[in-house]
Design a binder for this molecule. Structure first.
Ligand code: SAH
Length: 397
């Protein structure tokens, strides 16, 4: 707050995007830079932290896509914003269990993480030990080897990840990226800004820009019907990069987050100790987040790849076979406490009132990966590619 108040007094109000960037990833004081309270003992809980089944099914999704794409002999698993590293850890366990399937494939893991604290936690989770930093001039700032023998590299930016056939993963990543907020007024669109409150010392408040800003001109569509709009240009840039990389080198991206399809208005909120927290109070001590606009991500893929979804988490996991996996784990667990824990975490992930309905899955895939209904019956065409797991109903043969 002191850092921001000084800045606001010196140079006036800042955009919500700039405020969010400072509060979350300022190199000294940002929420994620310092710690990032993911997990039960932190500020917010995420699906991979609730149940190992979540990451296992995502691991299966990648193997299924790898097989559908003709089992290329190498791939990179690239995770954006890996938090505590739990999701990749669960995925790598699946890769190990299916080692006979993946035996001829050269797999490496690439983590994009800005937080030094979280990258240390990820290193311990994934490699079982502390990892030494890489020399300054190498694109990866850290490297190690997973408990299952797979090389792991850490980067600050997706652009530093080497090109190559890659499976991308972004779980609760896009919602942490800075948004711009806009309000329709009688005088036209105005941008919402953050300023110091002149009445109360060291308190922040929202104000509207007195006139249009470059962002109001660039980010509001002429056909917009809502009165309040949030746009995350950084998410747009990252999706463009993912789409171009997939178009050029092959692979797929799986994005999971809470969000909407271009319909919601004010979704900016804070979390601290698992409770809602005023976004403007004590910046740097709480998670700040906004719903992901999947319609914007789809638009930013710019036709370079096909897109699937958003589909609700409960449908995606059902299509991935979560019910079968739960039954198997229940059968194999002897004690009542474990069985209760399994049922409780299933309910958290699947219940529409909990995480089942508000979280969505969205995928970017090369165009050739999808079945074209008009082409599939033609005699000369090869057999159509199998349906994409998770986005289609599970059919057991
Ligand atoms: N995927 C994890 C963590 C989600 S929290 C889970 O679901 O449990 C968001 C993660 O994104 C954190 O690891 C945070 O440090 C990281 N992050 C936030 N902004 C980032 C940015 N601009 N670039 C890279 N990582 C970022």
């Amino acid at each position: 707050l002191r850092h921001l108040a000084r800045k606001l007094r010196a140079s006036g109000p800042v955009t919500v995007a700039e405020y969010m960037r400072e509060a979350l990833t300022n190199p000294g004081q940002g929420y994620y830079t310092r710690r990032g309270g993911v997990g039960e003992s932190g500020d917010f809980i995420t699906s991979p932290e609730i149940s190992q089944v979540f990451g296992e099914l995502i691991g299966i999704w990648y193997i299924s896509e790898w097989m559908a794409m003709g089992k290329p002999n190498t791939f990179q698993l690239v995770e954006l914003g890996p938090g505590r590293g739990t999701l990749t850890d669960d995925i790598l366990r699946v890769f190990k269990q299916l080692a006979s399937v993946l035996s001829k494939c050269d797999v490496s893991v690439h983590l994009v993480e800005v937080s030094p604290k979280l990258s240390e936690i990820q290193a311990v989770m994934l490699t079982g030990e502390k990892v030494q930093p890489n020399p300054e001039d190498s694109p990866a700032y850290m490297k190690g080897v997973s408990k299952t023998g797979i090389p792991i590299f850490w980067y600050r930016d997706i652009q530093d990840v080497p090109p190559g056939y890659s499976f991308y993963l972004a779980h609760e990543f896009f919602d942490a990226l800075p948004i711009h907020k806009f309000q329709r007024t009688e005088k036209g669109w105005r941008e919402v800004l953050v300023d110091i409150d002149p009445e109360v010392p060291d308190q922040l408040r929202f104000v509207l820009s007195p006139s249009r800003t470059p962002a109001t001109q660039n980010f509001i569509q002429p056909e917009e019907t809502r009165d309040h709009v949030e746009v995350c240009p950084e998410a747009g840039v990252i999706v463009q990069r993912l789409a171009s990389r997939i178009e050029k080198d092959g692979g797929a991206a799986l994005v999971a987050d809470y969000g909407h399809d271009g319909t919601k208005t004010d979704t900016f909120r804070g979390f601290r100790n698992h409770k809602l927290h005023d976004v403007l109070s004590a910046p740097g001590t709480a998670d700040l987040t906004a719903d992901v606009d999947f319609s914007y991500l789809r638009k930013m893929a710019q036709g370079r790849t096909a897109t699937l979804g958003p589909i609700k988490q409960r449908e995606f996991l059902k299509n991935m076979g979560i019910d079968l996996r739960l039954q198997m784990l229940l059968q194999n667990s002897g004690d009542t406490a474990t069985r209760e824990q399994l049922l409780h975490s299933y309910d958290m992930l699947m219940n529409p009132e909990k995480m089942g309905d508000c979280f969505n899955f969205f995928a970017l895939l090369p165009h050739h990966r999808l079945v074209h209904p008009d082409k599939k019956d033609k005699a000369e065409s090869k057999s159509p590619p199998p349906p994409v797991a998770g986005f289609n109903e599970l059919l057991l043969k």
